[in-house]
Design a protein around this ligand. Structure first.
Ligand code: NAD
Length: 488
C-alpha cells in the first residue's frame, strides 16, 4: 500500500509526529493508501521551503522564464494525466470519464497562465502639477496558501496554483483529507518538470493543518475552496493577521426552464447539472424552477430518466453515476433527504441507498411545497434535485434570487430577449443560457453573496496574487517643502 509523506522543498517528508491516516476507496470501501497527518511543525517546514524558494529563486526569475517553466509543467502533467485521473477516481469515486476530462484540461490552465506571466504590465500615471514620473508595478505577494475540497482535487487546486505561480508567488497546498492522493501525485510532477524545489508544497491532514496554514504569518494570501462554514473561519483567521483571501464556497444554483425552451435540451442540461458528478459539485443545479405549463411533463421526464441512470463502477465507461465520496457523506446526504421530506417536500424519484458495496445513492428528485422549504434553501452536495413551479418571469427571478448563495444559474428558453433579461436579473457569478456545467481556464469563475468573493480563471484571476507598488520619481530637482504634502 502506498504511504504518502507531505511535500516540502521538492521532497517527500515524514510527518514530525509520525502519524498517518487511511484513505478509503468509495468504490470498494477499502483502504488503498495512507496519508501523512501534518501538524503545525510540518506546515512550518513547508511554508519555510515556499518562502525560501520565493525569495531566492521564483520571484527573481524573469517573467518569461517563469512562464516557460509553467509551460514545461503543463507538458509533464499532460503526460501523466491519465494516471492521476485514475488515482483521483479511486480516491473520490468520480467517473473516470470526468476525472480524465478534468486532468486533460489542467495543462491548459498552466499554458494560459504561463503565457500571462510576462504580460503583467504596470502603468505610467500622469501626475498633473507634480513634476515627477509616476508608475505602477505589480509584484507577487509571497507564499500563497491554497485549501481545497475533495470533489475535484487537482482541477480546483490548479485554479489557484496556476495564476499564483504565474504572478511570481510560491504555494503551499492543503488538499482535503478525504481525497489527497491525486494532488500529491500532481505536486510530485513539479520536480520532473524542473520547477524549483519549494515552488509547490503540499501539507496533508485535517482541519488543524489547514488552520496552521491559515495562521502562519508568512502566508500572505489564502485561496479557500470548500464549504461556507469553514470558509468563514478561514476568512476570519486570515483577516486577523490582515492577509487577503479568495473564497470559493457553496451554492444552491437554480436551473430555470421556461415553457418555450427546447425541452430535450433542458432535460439533458438539468440532469447534467445535478446528477453529473453525483451532485457533488459546487455548481450543482440543485433547484429546478419550471414554468407551470410544462411542469408536469418535465417532472415526468426527469423522474423517468433519473430512474434509468446507470449506477456503477466509476472506472467503467458505461457508468453514468458513481458512488458518493464516503460513508459519512452518504449518511449526511440521506439525512438531508429526510429533512427535505420533513420540511414539506414530496419524493418524486429515488431516495434510497442501494444494497451493494460502496457508498451509492439513487438519483433523487423531490418536489418542494414552498420556495422557502429546507430543500430549496440548503446545499446538499449530493444527487438530490428539488423541483418547483413558477408562472411568470418575475416570479422565477424572485425565487431564484431568494437564496443566501449566488454561485451559478441556468436559463432555458428560445426567447433571446428574455434570456438577456434573465442574465441581467440573476444574482449569480455564472449564468449559463441553454447550457449548464461548463468551465474553461479563461472564463472568470466565482460567487455572489455567500458563495464567496474573488474570481478564479481568466485574466482577473492573476490580480488576486499581485500587489500594486506605486513609484514616484522626482524630475524637478527642487528642494521639497518639508511641511506640506505634495499634491497638485
Ligand atoms: P470543507 O469546507 O469541509 O473542507 C474544505 C477544506 O478545508 C478541506 O481541505 C479541509 O480539510 C479544510 N479545513 C477544515 N477545517 C479547517 C480549518 N479550521 N481551517 C482551515 N482549513 C480547514 O469542504 P468539503 O466538504 O471538502 O467540500 C464541499 C464544499 O466545497 C461544498 O460546500 C462545495 O459547494 C464547496 N465547493 C466550492 C467550490 C467553488 O469553487 N465555489 C468548488 C468545489 C466545492
Amino acid at each position: 500500500m502506498r504511504r504518502y509523506g507531505f511535500i516540502a522543498g521538492g521532497a517527500e517528508h515524514l510527518p514530525a509526529a509520525g502519524k498517518y491516516f487511511d484513505t478509503v476507496s468509495p468504490i470498494s470501501g477499502e483502504t488503498w493508501a495512507q496519508i501523512a497527518e501534518c501538524g503545525a511543525a510540518d506546515v512550518a517546514l513547508a511554508v519555510g521551503a515556499a518562502s525560501t524558494c520565493f525569495e531566492t529563486v521564483w520571484s527573481r526569475l524573469s517573467p518569461t522564464a517563469r512562464g516557460k517553466a509553467l509551460l514545461r509543467f503543463a507538458e509533464v502533467i499532460a503526460e501523466h494525466a491519465r494516471q492521476i485521473a485514475e488515482i483521483e477516481t479511486c480516491d473520490n469515486g468520480k467517473l473516470l470519464k470526468e476525472t480524465s476530462a478534468q486532468l486533460g484540461v489542467v495543462p491548459d490552465w498552466f499554458r494560459y497562465f504561463g503565457g500571462l506571466a510576462d504580460k503583467i504590465e504596470g502603468r505610467v500615471v500622469p501626475l498633473n502639477g507634480i513634476e515627477a514620473f509616476g508608475m505602477t508595478k505589480y509584484e507577487p505577494l509571497g507564499v500563497v496558501g491554497v485549501i481545497t475540497p475533495w470533489n475535484s482535487p487537482v482541477l480546483l487546486t490548479t485554479l489557484a496554483v496556476a495564476p499564483a505561480l504565474a504572478a511570481g508567488n510560491t504555494v503551499v497546498i492543503k488538499p482535503s483529507e478525504v481525497a489527497s492522493a491525486s494532488v500529491l501525485e500532481f505536486a510530485l510532477l513539479a520536480r520532473k518538470a524542473g520547477l524549483p524545489d519549494g515552488a509547490i508544497n503540499v501539507v496533508t491532514g485535517f482541519g488543524e493543518a489547514g488552520a496552521a496554514l491559515t495562521d502562519h504569518p508568512d502566508v500572505r494570501q489564502m485561496t479557500f475552496t470548500g464549504g461556507e462554514g469553514i470558509g468563514r473561519r478561514v476568512a476570519a483567521a486570515a483577516a486577523g493577521r490582515v492577509a487577503p483571501t479568495v473564497m470559493e464556497l457553496g451554492g444552491k444554483s437554480a436551473n430555470i426552464v421556461f415553457a418555450d425552451a427546447n425541452l430535450d435540451q433542458a432535460e439533458a442540461g438539468v440532469l447534467a447539472g445535478i446528477f453529473g458528478a453525483g451532485g457533488q459539485t459546487c455548481i450543482a443545479g440543485s433547484r429546478t424552477l419550471i414554468q407551470r405549463p410544462v411542469f408536469e411533463a418535465m417532472r415526468a421526464r426527469l423522474a423517468t430518466r433519473a430512474g434509468r441512470i446507470r449506477l456503477g463502477d466509476p472506472m467503467e465507461a458505461t457508468t453514468e453515476m458513481g458512488p458518493l465520496v464516503s460513508a459519512d457523506h452518504r449518511k449526511l446526504v440521506v439525512s438531508k433527504i429526510a429533512a427535505a421530506v420533513a420540511g414539506g417536500a414530496r419524493l418524486v424519484a429515488g431516495g434510497n441507498a442501494p444494497d451493494r458495496p460502496g457508498y451509492f445513492l439513487e438519483p433523487t428528485i423531490v418536489e418542494a411545497g414552498d420556495a422557502q422549504d429546507y430543500i430549496m434553501q440548503n446545499e446538499v452536495f449530493g444527487p438530490v434535485l428539488a423541483l418547483y413551479p413558477f408562472d411568470t418571469e418575475d416570479e422565477a427571478v424572485r425565487i431564484a434570487n431568494a437564496s443566501p448563495y449566488g454561485l451559478a444559474a441556468g436559463v432555458w428558453s428560445r426567447d433571446v430577449a428574455r434570456c438577456h433579461r434573465m442574465v441581467d436579473a440573476l444574482k449569480a457569478g455564472t449564468v449559463w443560457v441553454n447550457m449548464y456545467r461548463a468551465m474553461t481556464f479563461n472564463m472568470p469563475f466565482g460567487g455572489f453573496k455567500q458563495s464567496g468573493y474573488g474570481r478564479l480563471n481568466g485574466q482577473e484571476a492573476i490580480m488576486n496574487y499581485l500587489q500594486t507598488k506605486a513609484v514616484w520619481i522626482d524630475r524637478s530637482d527642487r528642494v521639497q517643502d518639508p511641511f506640506s504634502l505634495k499634491t497638485e
